[in-house]
Design a protein around this ligand. Structure first.
Ligand code: G6P
Length: 362
């Protein structure tokens, strides 16, 4: 029963565990028997005609949009802007001549995102909704829809919708890149690469006890915690910090590691947990430098690092996957850390205070 908890104590843990299966289901849904991506040519043409893609979303979906920007810019060579829906509606930026809008929304009902779609529809700009909910408001009102096929997501803290959104953005970027005969997209073996991600996720999920122990060691009593990273790792830091604050009520923030020294480092005290993502190859050396700066000031450092770059003393090791897909693995320890922090602090994991699964007011 897809909507029941089964043997799981919480929906969130079940939904975290479902992610490898969601990746494989998405491969089945989006790949033909001959390995071609089945995305409608009309959608690809509409996107191709645009000179810029605008991704609009809220919360965790916004964070999936930040990863999408890298995917589209790498594989399609088209500029992308990612916007928080609640800001975009009131301060619409100067748009390019031919914009194309992508709404990322698990529920398809978020009012902040919908009010932007209402405006872009009034301006007759083409749009796509990527959602988990067929027939939802944003799906009905956009020109095109792509589904997440993640199954019902019940826990308020979004997990499998985030990784599904990234996977669907990947399919779209590869299909659009191939449409334009771009080499990187033509050579990107979606089935193989996402298959490795699913296997990597399983490996991480089979070692939950390690994350549980680290979480109790680092986060049992702290008031605050910081996630740091650069590039893709910064986008991951934002999502991991959001998960932690949503359900454990620890004041958690994600920072661009290079910005620490420009202010945030003043917050570091003896014992402050600083969790670093060391996944994005280009930035690892510098982020390690930032970690040294904070540990010299008493921070308790915890590292989440890709196997290829792991050093002695690193704590969480991520299996190696295609560099464009590393956030799909990096987020798993972030989700588990949030889960165990909430659990061990005695909070309601699935129904955190003050939050709603779908926010239908602006
Ligand atoms: C709410 C949920 C978040 C979610 C956000 C956007 O705030 O609690 O988990 O990320 O809405 O929702 P959407 O359905 O548009 O992705």
């Amino acid at each position: 029963d897809a909507a029941g908890k089964g043997a799981y104590p919480h929906y969130m843990l079940k939904e975290i565990d479902e992610q490898p299966a969601v990746m494989r289901r998405l491969l089945d849904e989006y790949l033909d028997a001959d390995g071609q991506l089945n995305i409608s040519p009309e959608l690809l043409q509409a996107m191709n005609a645009a000179d810029r893609l605008y991704i609009v979303a809220a919360g965790t979906s916004y964070h999936a949009g930040l990863i999408g920007k890298t995917l589209f810019e790498s594989l399609v060579q088209k500029p992308v802007e990612v916007h928080v829906a609640s800001e975009f509606g009131y301060h619409m930026p100067l748009l390019s001549e031919k914009p194309f809008f992508i709404f990322l929304t698990q529920s398809g009902e978020t009012a902040d995102s919908r009010q932007v779609l209402v405006q872009t529809n009034a301006l007759h700009y083409p749009s796509l909704t990527i959602t988990n909910s067929q027939g939802s408001t944003l799906s009905r009102e956009a020109d095109y829809t792509l589904l997440l096929h993640a199954g019902p997501e019940i826990a308020v803290a979004s997990t499998k919708a985030y990784t599904a959104q990234i996977a669907v953005e990947l399919f779209l970027a590869v299909a659009l890149g191939r449409h334009n005969q771009l080499v990187l997209a033509e050579q990107f073996d979606v089935h193989h690469e996402l298959g490795l991600v699913a296997t990597g996720m399983e490996a991480l999920l089979s070692e939950k006890e390690q994350i549980e122990t680290l979480t109790t060691d680092y986060l049992q009593t702290t008031r605050n915690a910081f996630y740091i990273g650069r590039g893709e790792d910064y986008a991951l830091s934002l999502e991991a910090a959001l998960k932690l604050k949503e359900i454990s009520y620890i004041q958690a923030e994600g920072f661009a590691a290079g910005e620490l020294k420009h202010g945030t480092i003043a917050l570091i005290e003896a014992g402050t947990p600083v969790i670093a993502f060391l996944v994005d190859e280009k930035t690892i050396a510098h982020t390690r430098g930032n970690l040294q700066e904070v540990t010299a000031r008493g921070a308790q450092a915890l590292t989440i690092v890709s196997e290829r770059f792991a050093q002695e003393g690193d704590q969480v090791i991520l299996p190696s996957v295609n560099p464009l897909l590393t956030p799909l693995l990096g987020v798993i320890p972030g989700q588990l850390i949030a889960y165990y922090a909430s659990l061990h602090r005695g909070y309601d994991v699935d129904q955190p205070r003050n939050l709603a699964k779908s926010v239908t007011v602006e």
